[in-house]
Design a protein around this ligand. Structure first.
Ligand SMILES: [Fe+2]
Ligand SMILES: [Fe+2]
Length: 299
């Protein structure tokens, strides 16, 4: 995209969206499904990773960016997310939901391309990538990806703002990466609405199993994060899936945990503010963050 007006338009359109028909919408209804699917489809930003003009960085900025311990895990997370979302999409028969899921998976694949281009542009060395296997249980893999994004995006929103304010990321790089952050916001908004809609449409006798599946996903994600954190302590070196939870020092500002929570909450609200208020918002992680904010010392 070379036309500045078009870029500004696409950027505004991806952050602001309301459904066409006013009025109350019942969670789990056809209208609800149309609302969250259309939100995703109509806020798609058509940028092309191949034409991103990666800004020239000063030697210090380049060193800061290349030494962040996140690039391997970021590329691999996007690779896994895209195959997981795509595999789940293939199981879905509803045409509109399928279209939205295909787009979601396509955007994950595009994130991976953006990261690969960044890595190439700044000469970051990556570890060899694993094979991205199709999951055996597509629904489980989709739910793991969805809830994992709910955790990671919440903290990434705050850290991205920290890196922006501290100048750790130069403004041009912040601008280049901004659409990717907002896209993750759209994904978690879509995901939590899908989860609520799906649960409502299950026959009553399948709901307990779905409830326990959801609990198992959360338990798995917590276990995964604790496991990775331990691995880092033992190994000393950081390829850190917990980076979003622990990384504020690494991006240029020493923030108290309470201040980081506040920033994450504010950024989360800001990124979700432009979408139809009838859509459910991701609640679990913000609720836990609010609780942590209450419990953490003020000073
Ligand atoms: Fe992504
Ligand atoms: Fe995503």
């Amino acid at each position: 995209m070379s036309d500045a007006f078009t870029i500004a338009d696409a950027d505004h359109a991806m952050r602001n969206w309301s459904g066409p028909d006013p009025g109350r919408i019942e969670i789990g209804s056809e209208a609800h499904k149309r609302l969250f699917c259309r939100m995703l489809l109509e806020t798609h930003n058509p940028y092309k990773p191949a034409v991103i003009d990666w800004p020239q960085l000063s030697p210090e900025a380049l060193h800061r960016v290349t030494s962040l311990p996140i690039w391997d895990i970021a590329v691999q997370t996007e690779g896994r997310a895209s195959i997981r979302v795509q595999t789940f999409a293939e199981t879905v028969r509803d045409p509109l939901l399928r279209e939205a899921l295909d787009m979601d998976g396509g955007e994950e694949a595009r994130h991976k391309v953006v990261l690969s281009k960044l890595v190439e542009a700044y000469g970051i060395k990556l570890a060899p990538e694993p094979e991205y296997l199709r999951p055996k249980d597509p629904e489980w893999a989709w739910m793991v990806t969805g809830y994992s994004e709910c955790i990671d995006s919440f903290f990434a929103f705050g850290l991205f703002e920290v890196a922006k304010r501290s100048g750790y990321f130069p403004p041009e790089l912040v601008e280049t990466f901004e659409p990717v952050m907002q896209e993750e916001g759209r994904h978690i908004l879509f995901f939590v609405n899908w989860a609520a809609w799906y649960r409502k449409n299950l026959p009553w006798w399948r709901r307990p199993a779905f409830f326990f599946k959801t609990l198992a996903v959360w338990a798995f994600l917590i276990w995964e994060r604790i496991g990775i954190a331990r691995g880092i302590d033992a190994g000393g070196e950081a390829q850190d899936a917990n980076f979003t939870l622990t990384g504020s020092g690494a991006v240029g500002i020493e923030l108290k945990p309470r201040e980081l929570m506040e920033l994450c909450l504010a950024e989360n609200d800001r990124r979700m503010a432009g979408y139809d208020p009838r859509l459910l918002r991701p609640m679990t992680v913000p609720r836990l963050a609010r609780l942590a904010r209450k419990l953490l010392p003020k000073g």
